[in-house]
Design a protein around this ligand. Sequence first.
Ligand code: CO
Ligand code: CO
Ligand code: CO
Length: 533
Amino acid sequence: MRIGHCVCDPSKPCPCDIFKEKNVCLCAGERLDAPTGEVRLTALVEKPGCASKIDQAFLKEVLKGLPVVEDPRVLVGVPAGDDAGIYDMGNDQALVQTVDVFTPSVDDPFVFGQIAAANSLSDVYAMGGRPMTALSVLGFPVRQIPDEAMHEILRGGIDKMKEAGVAIIGGHSINDGEIKAGFAVTGMIDKEKIVTNAGAQPGDVLILTKPLGTGIVAFAAQIGRVDQEASEAAAGAMTCLNKTASELMVQFGAHACTDVTGFSLLGHLTEMAMRSKVDAEIIWDDIPVFPGVLQYIAEGIFPGAIERNKESCGERVVAGDNVTEDMVDLCYDAQTSGGLLIAIADKDGEALLRRLHEEGLSEAAIIGGIRAPGSGYVFVKTNGKRVIPKGDKQMSESGEKSRKTFIKDGPKSISADEAPPAQACCGHDESACCAEATVESGSEVRTGTAAMKADFNAFLTRVGKPGALDACTKQAVNIALSVLAKCEPCLKAHIEKAKKMGFSQAEIEEAAWMGIAFGGSPVMMFYNKVTHS
Ligand code: CO
Ligand code: CO
Ligand code: CO
């Protein structure tokens, strides 16, 4: 490779990583060979599905103080926080517009394209609108994964849009580090028939048209714990259009509607309740869920988006008697292309439900109702009919139920089960530094030093477990302290564990530098020696 070719700095070789790794300078117009073969989309994604959505609390903070559009023709705008915007066309018709883009929640590019389309259309359906045209929005790592994948994503999108009777009339694509796909959708709506999320009335029943759990299933797939039945059921629901449900809820005179997506059932329901100035109630046992989801919950498989959703709306959620944290957490699961959540008068609810079932939406169910005027609280109750199966590793040593750990982003949001057993020390067998502390919990007679060792061991185990700090934060602390203590086996073991938990090299180094900052150059020399040996 000559000097002088690179547009970044012609006096030097190309500084780009691709040039260093593959001797190809993209900025000088050189091209990588296109990779070919099978792609597993979810494996390429850092934050699968709607988990890639920015959380509500953050969004509200950022949007604060921005100028508000003052236009009488805007019937539903940004401050309404509804599914789609609505603009008065001056006759009896109004324009409905929405855009939705996200990262893959399934492996198959064609299915992902279908889901992206169904999901984008869903916001128009949730308002009772008729989608007409769509523009595709696509981010794709060009030349890093087979071109075929992009082709298939678009083909899936076109297929689903065609089923919906929507014409794709353009689009925009960018070369992006991560696959993202979605659509900007435009539709029409009769001004008299707009269904917002603000019209729920006391006495209404709540109907949910699709099962919950797409986030949990996608996460189980990502960590290799999913079974086929669960992923097929979830994919089937995610590709299913909310068209029929929308038409029926308008026909039966629904008071309020929203689609359940990234903010979760509780996120969207608290929003509906708040804007409708009512309090709502859901019966956990009546909420439809995908096969396998209860088992995954029992095994502690909870994606990190659950915690973010809980932070956003948890203060408005009240768990009733016998409702466990796991039950409520299911209701915080971020959905991709989820069902419609409909509030409708009690007298019409059963009839609508029957029609939904007749139209093949067999999982649709009444999951609760609107209690009374209020300020947006949601009460979660159980009638004890449905139990979460016992998970293999549900009980920890102390007899307490082990809690999953949450991290803010995708791959590191691992459950306690997935987490390497978090210990303050580097692991019992391979390390010299804490071998002393190893006492089998089964050893019966403990006297003197043995008892002290046992206590210390128990202490170490307790300290290492996720608590106020999650497993990943503790692992970072472990790395920093191992460096500071100049314990080579500790450091190696903790770096290994951190990698398994999804730490990047940069994150590991940053943790190590915390220790180096305190210990100075002898510690830096130790760190360099260990990591370069
Ligand atoms: Co270059
Ligand atoms: Co360059
Ligand atoms: Co929506």
